[in-house]
Write a protein that binds this ligand. Structure first.
Ligand code: ATP
Length: 449
């Protein structure tokens, strides 16, 4: 059969692709509409069993790559609700705003910059109020009294945890600048225009690194580190299976940059609904540490004797969205082969690394042997089990969720202790000894492969 990778060439096939992905996600349990039994909650999504695996695999890959494999980065898990002073000092209370206009017809508010025409997209009226600032921080209250004193915020970025805990991390990890602090966690923004499935939601997850460097003496001191991270972010996108041609670096002009940034690059991805930001890289200077620490929080004990130098390190911040990663990965992996859908995920990202099938389920020795293999493999990997329908249908079903290998236990297995292993992408089958299976699967689905 001829393999057809859906090309995102025209508007129709693009919106088609998006619909196919959303429907696959719901049908197979990657992503469901949130709170659906209560009619849902606009733009809230829940990750089902397969989505949860995919997300975890992305996060584990990231943590392994940037925390475990590097000597110069340590991890952190800070609280989501921080002292509200954090957000005053960071500038978010004052500046984390969108400029909104309100339709005089239906009273809905819109982000003026993102409006495509002068008409209200809901009621079609053309009369609006003057633009007003709307703060996108998510407010909540601590304790029983709901007043200004008890107001707190759900963090809009994980970054502030790394700044606020900077000294404690330093004291306990004995790292010296340059070094980074990495964190994966939820962030919340009261987005005015959420949408495009999991692309823009009010609750999302970030993977961020604050990489601390000495005070730059010349521009290239920070620019070189920035460049290293820029390349690294491209390398990451390749590692998760994104075609480099679908990524474009966009240098954000000064007028559009976040209040803390001296240089920002957005990594734009060709989503089916248009080219949009996938990840970002910013030079946050010493803005945040200076705001939180009146005294320099870092002392360089390696300066020449008697010249111990204290300073506020500068920061390069690479930041990755987990949800946008999931979406981009799905867009890249989705292929159709005739009427068969194959999700060509990188094996280490696939929700299941392999599926085990007994050729027939009513023969106890075949089913028992298959169970044994299943139980052995799933001590180490996420493995699927399927004994329904015919083998062709089972392959079809595993291809659709990206399982890289299907293992079938048949009559021959009982004679020579071998199984058929069928590879998702090539559909090639080979006979493998049962004793060699863990090594066979392991060497093909690990992070290094
Ligand atoms: P955008 O311009 O799309 O609003 P941003 O520039 O505000 O994004 P950053 O503040 O740089 O985003 O956040 C870092 C990363 O977090 C983004 O690159 C993206 O992957 C992710 N992200 C930000 N906002 C959202 C959101 N509302 N929903 C899902 N992911 C998000």
């Amino acid at each position: 059969m001829q393999k057809v990778k859906i090309k995102m060439t025209d508007q129709n096939s693009k919106s088609d692709l998006m619909e196919k992905i959303i429907s696959l996600c719901k049908r197979r349990g990657f992503v469901f509409p949130g709170s659906e039994i209560y009619g849902g909650l606009a733009n809230s999504w829940d990750y089902g069993p397969l989505g949860a695996e995919l997300r975890n695999n992305i996060k584990q890959l990231w943590w392994n790559r940037y925390v475990h494999r590097r000597d110069d980065i340590v991890g952190l898990e800070a609280a989501i609700i921080m002292n509200p002073k954090v957000w005053e000092q960071s500038g978010h209370v004052a500046t984390f705003n969108d400029l909104l206009i309100e339709c005089k017809g239906c009273h809905q508010r819109f982000d003026q910059e993102k409006m495509e025409s002068g008409k209200c997209p809901l009621c079609g009226k053309e009369k609006f109020t003057e633009p007003k600032l709307f703060n996108t921080l998510f407010k909540t209250f601590i304790g029983t009294v709901e007043d200004a004193k008890s107001t707190a915020y759900l963090r809009p970025e994980t970054a502030q945890g790394m700044f606020v805990d900077f000294k404690q991390v330093l004291d306990t990890s004995r790292k010296t600048v340059p070094f980074g602090i990495a964190q994966i966690g939820k962030a919340f923004r009261n987005e005015i225009t959420p949408g495009n499935f999991i692309f823009r939601t009010r609750e999302f997850e970030q993977m961020e690194i604050e990489y601390f460097i000495p005070v730059p003496k010349i521009e290239s001191d920070w620019q070189d580190v920035f460049e290293i991270w820029r390349k690294e972010m491209h390398s990451w996108t390749e590692a998760i299976g994104i075609n480099t041609e679908h990524i474009r670096d966009y240098e954000v002009p000064e007028t559009e940059r976040a209040h803390y940034s001296k240089k920002t690059i957005d990594f734009m991805y060709e989503f089916p609904f248009g080219e949009k930001e996938l990840y970002g890289l910013a030079y946050r200077t010493d803005f945040d540490l200076k705001n939180h620490f009146p005294e320099p929080p870092y002392r360089d004990n390696h300066s020449p004797v008697g010249e111990h130098e204290s300073y506020w390190p500068h920061v390069i911040e690479p930041t990755w969205g987990v949800d946008r990663s999931v979406l981009a990965i799905l867009c890249e992996a989705y292929t159709e082969d005739g009427d068969r859908v194959v999700l060509k995920l990188k094996p280490y990202l696939a929700p299941y690394k392999a599926a085990v099938f007994p050729l027939v389920s009513n023969k106890p020795d075949i089913a028992g042997k298959a169970r044994e293999i299943y139980d052995t493999l799933r001590k180490k990997y996420a493995i699927a089990w399927d004994d329904r329908g015919n083998i062709g249908k089972r392959y079809y079903s595993q291809d659709e969720i990206g399982t890289p290998y299907c293992i079938t236990v048949d009559y021959q297995t009982l004679e020579d202790d071998t199984v058929t292993v069928r590879a998702r992408d090539s559909a090639q089958q080979e006979r493998i000894k049962v004793t060699e299976l863990p090594e066979y699967i392991g060497s093909r689905v690990g992070m290094l492969s």
